[in-house]
Design a protein around this ligand. Sequence first.
Ligand code: F6R
Length: 264
Amino acid sequence: MKDLFKTQDITYKREDAIKVYSDKDVASAYVAERIAKIIKHKQQIGERAIIGLATGSTPKGVYRELVRMHKDEGLSFKNVVTFNLDEYYPILPVDDQSYMSFMKSNLFNHIDIDHCHVHIPDGTLSLEGIQAYCDLYEQKIVDFGGLDIQLLGIGRTGHIGFNEPGAILESKTRLVTLNDITREDAKDDFGGKEKVPTQAITMGVQTITQAKEVILMALSQRKAEIIKLALEGEITTDIPATFLQKLRHVEYILDSEAASLLSR
Ligand code: F6R
């Protein structure tokens, strides 16, 4: 790993794209600050900030910090338009495990975002309606001028969004089948693997890589192996996160555990 050096919070960097933090909260605060800066900059120039969001355990600290900034510092989300990466299919938005419920309880219910500005794939569509809906989801992102930033976690399969192994670089928003490992990892949320939906609607790899900036976060030892493959392995559809290696505008925000297998 090149350009190894130490600062107070950041233990080392590689070409500025990889930041490793010993403290998860500091890592989350950094990401929240990056998002807040975009929102404030867009406010100053009278534009909307178009933000791509993720769910799961990883970004919870980011949302906590954004809520704190809203409450303590008056950060407004009135100019913010959000697009979430994915949603289980089928699922009702009111179900506890839906990503709609997740986003409401972790972020949207605590900030001043206009609920018309929130976009999360709809898990209630009829099968025949899904592709047209997905095409419209893509078109809406384009109509808003594209994503200013996309926040990502990473699955143990190497998925970004729910682009599981086999997803191609050119993939767009669509219905996908979830990998067995992904369903295994979600079993506690659903009270058993058999209750985890087998499908999901997800933005594609292309949708993600077209964002103006991408931040991928990985916090915990569970992610160490896949982070090594995603950042240092060959680019392959077997590990969709490796497609991010091609981007100049991607930043990896890791904790020391997730980074522990990277070569230094
Ligand atoms: C969630 C998503 C997934 C998660 C990934 C990691 O919207 O798209 O790719 O980011 O499965 O999940 P956690 O953070 O729970 O380990």
